[in-house]
Design a protein around this ligand. Structure first.
Ligand SMILES: [Zn+2]
Length: 583
């Protein structure tokens, strides 16, 4: 990386692509790329294994304890205008990201992003694709003048504007300046109607058209190096919403719609690679491919949950409703439940909150417990910092058969059966409110050659049993696809050293020659072993165990370290997490 002019970088993210699904048949372009360049085999999504969280890791090179993007839905401690004044906004939204930036001193991540640093250093920069993660790569630049941002909201309410220069390039390429919607791919169905049977092809064709026919030619004409992020919503969106398996764990996320979503992502990568080749940019461009997280099929079964014993208009009998953690905690604590996403209206008997989030006890402005529902894991906040209440919440959660491991804020003290948030790199320099407890849900496998391709997890979601989710500490969710190719990478190299999405951020900063000062200490590493003349680092494995609680439950996390950088393979209660030995 000593060359006077750094190479270009393309970061391609296939949202929710399981590493074990990458092969010549499903993903010929990715399979060929990692065969030609670097195949990472010891990969890690950051827990909670959600999209905005991992986007924050890639964008900054820091783990979530520093970025404070703890999950897709977090408790912000203020009413977020772009989320209908909710205290628990969903971050995959451009106005919401603007609101949280404004509230947290202009930068909710509190760490400079790689695209921000790259444009300051004179690179051309663009981030294209899925709403939310795309903007996170340069979220403080909302004018559209310096970094090109194209996502679902482009040309629509709340979208980041386009520069005149880009509009002209779109016009020259006969492309509209409004992104298509997801159409039928956005249909998730319900308890009686299956979800979508089509991948997100039309919308992503537009993003691929923009990248290949407008942005790359524009960048080439500028004769400056560039950094381009392309975030493919597929296969995530298709695996979530697929209607292939309503109510059934098999085929789950391995049916035809999910496979079409995987192919769609691979097709988009193929188009980008072809454009780099055709426009003469291939030899000067490093390409990093990753997924923000893996994926699992949803289970809604529990024999201990109060919420599952109630009847709801939109939930199949005896299954967990959306918001079961909020309902079960309110029940166990004997406190009222309010819905932060419905102007704090009380949640009536036989109902659940709109998005599963909950404000428990106190009043709407001073809740005692807040639940941010996310999917394969939830976040629980205790705004008053009450340690006795924390003990009651921990006990109530630990008694549920859907829980597999609890991680508690170090500041609340030590609780048997749980590990501290610091044990999984969730305690750092974050400026957003600290969760009190990260609640991991149970996971298992339906049985297949590579268990991480047929994982199942209990998930707190409006989606149905048999659809798809992620967010847990299952190895099926933490094991993401990763690869790289280009002038700064080795060829035909299998990299078995631990790697994570925080490393992706630090590695791209290294490729671009950026010197970004770190505020927090939870940093990834540059994956130098994957570069010419690099040497394999020493990695150590360890098993971190909590003290047992009164019922003998122990939270365990499988950890690897390279120097100061930590990686987490899987965690939870032994026997209740895929990838964790049952003893
Ligand atoms: Zn997702």
């Amino acid at each position: 990386m000593a060359q006077s002019r750094p190479h270009n970088v393309l970061l391609f993210v296939a949202d929710g692509l399981r590493a074990g699904m990458v092969n010549d048949k499903n993903t010929p372009n990715m399979a060929a790329l990692i065969a030609r360049g670097v195949r990472f085999t010891n990969t890690h999504s950051l827990f909670p294994t959600f999209t905005t969280a991992n986007a924050s890791g890639m964008a900054t090179g820091h783990m979530l304890g520093d970025t404070g993007d703890f999950s897709n839905t977090i408790y912000t401690g203020f009413q977020v205008p772009g989320a209908g004044d909710s205290l628990t906004p969903f971050l995959e939204n451009d106005p919401v990201l603007g609101d949280v930036d404004e509230h947290f001193s202009g930068d909710y991540l509190n760490e400079e992003t790689i695209l921000h640093a790259a444009r300051d250093a004179g690179f051309s920069t663009a981030t294209i694709g899925k709403l939310g993660p795309a903007l996170i790569f340069d979220h403080t630049e909302r004018t559209g003048q310096h970094t090109i941002v194209l996502d679902d909201s482009t040309g629509r309410k709340g979208g980041i504007p386009l520069s005149d220069e880009l509009k002209a390039a779109l016009g020259a390429a006969h492309l509209p300046d409004q992104a298509p919607t997801r159409g039928d791919n956005g249909k998730s169905g319900n308890a009686t109607t299956p979800g979508t049977s089509v991948a997100n092809v039309e919308q992503q064709n537009y993003f691929a058209d923009v990248a290949t026919k407008a942005v790359l030619p524009l960048f080439k004409a500028r004769q400056k190096p560039f950094a381009l992020v392309f975030w493919s919503r597929d296969p995530d969106g298709s695996q979530h919403n697929q209607g292939d398996s309503l109510g059934r764990l098999i085929p789950g996320i391995n049916g035809p719609t999910s496979l079409a979503g995987i192919k769609n992502a691979d097709d988009d990568l193929g188009r980008l690679l072809a454009a780099l080749h055709d426009q003469g940019l291939e030899d000067d461009t490093d390409i990093v491919i990753t997924a923000d997280h893996g994926f699992s099929t949803i289970s809604k079964e529990s024999t201990t949950s109060f919420a599952a014993t109630q009847t709801y208009a939109d939930v199949a009998p005896n299954l967990l409703p959306p918001g079961f953690v909020a309902l079960d905690l309110a029940h166990a604590l004997g406190m009222a439940l309010l819905d932060p996403d419905a102007k704090a209206a009380p949640v009536a008997a036989g109902a659940h909150s709109k998005f599963g989030n909950g404000l428990i006890g106190g009043d709407a402005d001073h809740p005692l417990v807040v639940v941010a529902a996310n999917g394969g894991s939830d976040l629980v906040y205790l705004p008053t910092g009450d340690k006795a209440l924390a003990a009651r919440v921990v006990a109530a959660l630990a008694a549920q058969d859907y829980v597999s491991g609890l991680f508690v804020d170090d500041a609340l003290g030590s609780f048997p059966g749980t590990l501290p948030l610091s044990a999984v790199a969730l305690k750092g320099s974050a400026v957003t409110p600290m969760p009190a407890i990260a609640v991991n849900f149970r996971s298992f496998t339906t049985g297949c050659a590579d268990a991480t391709t047929c994982g199942v997890e209990v998930a707190d979601t409006g989606l149905q049993q048999g659809q798809g989710m992620h967010g847990s500490f299952s190895r099926a969710d933490t094991r993401n696809m990763m690869g790289a190719v280009g002038p700064d990478f080795r060829t035909h190299f299998v990299d078995s050293a631990p790697a994570s999405n925080a490393d992706v951020g630090k590695t791209i900063a290294g490729l671009l020659g950026l010197q970004i000062p770190d505020k927090g200490k939870l940093v990834g590493r540059v994956l130098t072993e994957a570069m010419p003349n690099g040497t394999m680092p020493a990695a150590e494995s360890s098993v971190v165990r909590s003290e047992p609680d009164a019922a003998g439950r122990v939270t365990v996390v499988l950890t690897q370290t390279v120097g100061e950088t930590r990686y987490f393979d899987a965690a939870g209660y032994p026997g209740r997490t895929l990838g964790l030995p049952s003893d």
